[in-house]
Design a protein around this ligand. Sequence first.
Ligand SMILES: NC(=O)c1ccc[n+]([C@@H]2O[C@H](COP(=O)([O-])OP(=O)(O)OC[C@H]3O[C@@H](n4cnc5c(N)ncnc54)[C@H](OP(=O)(O)O)[C@@H]3O)[C@@H](O)[C@H]2O)c1
Length: 291
Amino acid sequence: MSALSLSLPGGTWALGDMTVTRFGYGAMQLAGPGVMGPPADRDGALAVLREAVDLGITHIDTSDAYGPRITNQLIREALHPYPETLRIVTKVGARRDEQGGWPPARRPDQLRRQVEENLESLGLETLDLVNLRLGDAAGPQAGSIAEAFETLAGLQRQGVIRHLGVSNATAEQIAEARSIAPIVCVQNMYNLAHRHDDELIDRLAAEGIAYVPFFPLGGFSPLQSSTLSAVAARLEATPMSVALAWLLHRSPNILLIPGTSSVAHLRENVAGARLSLSDEDLAELDGIGRG
Ligand SMILES: NC(=O)c1ccc[n+]([C@@H]2O[C@H](COP(=O)([O-])OP(=O)(O)OC[C@H]3O[C@@H](n4cnc5c(N)ncnc54)[C@H](OP(=O)(O)O)[C@@H]3O)[C@@H](O)[C@H]2O)c1
């Protein structure tokens, strides 16, 4: 762990036997519009990835479905051979169709193929952490995940995958996954305004399992709240900074993977997440999700 990473806001967290900075980076926004095709500014995308590592970030979230393949190829081009401390977290369970949709691809043969494709596009022999992506664009959907998760657990036993997680999952699916193999993280949608997983986060924290919110800044529709803007104005900070700092305050098992295609925004987000929030600020911000 470099001295730099120790100075990132939030400190570190143990994903199983892997230590990562709680401030990570989500690479989805590096692909082209609609997460399809190459970025308009390829050099800019490579620069963002290199800056993330230079800032001390040791957790990058990706998927071969981004582009598809584009984001993983950019990560490889920018960062391979990877620093020893860097953990690249990927996900399987969906493919892309010609319209840019994300149909599920969770049959055992599809999952094995996606794992192979991730290994190839990232230039790795072992994947540090693979999340099984569930549900659909509307959110988690109930149903057994046993066959799919057993497939990934088999690949873990073969040494192809180091750790497992689930994404876009219900509490029942998380329990089912854990009855098959240990998980080190859950990656679901959560932010200041979308707090369906509040109880789940607390339960996972008590069990030492990370919760990695996707869309921490609202994703494709940036967080908008007059309360958030008022707190940000009072603190002379941006709403994005407040939203990230709030997540770090919310629970020690929350890991941040905000996405950006801009070096300036990446720096701004790292600096902004350091913001210290008073009890009064936290109480006001807590009201947003309840309102
Ligand atoms: N498991 C899943 O199903 C799933 C689903 C979605 C996402 N994810 C993961 O979660 C990560 C985070 O989600 P996300 O990137 O979609 O959403 P996000 O982090 O909530 O928001 C990213 C958006 O915020 C903008 N942004 C970031 N910093 C900013 C700043 N300082 N000022 C102004 N705008 C700023 C970005 O635009 P700029 O590029 O202009 O900065 C981008 O449009 C993804 O990268 C992906 O790895 C997982």
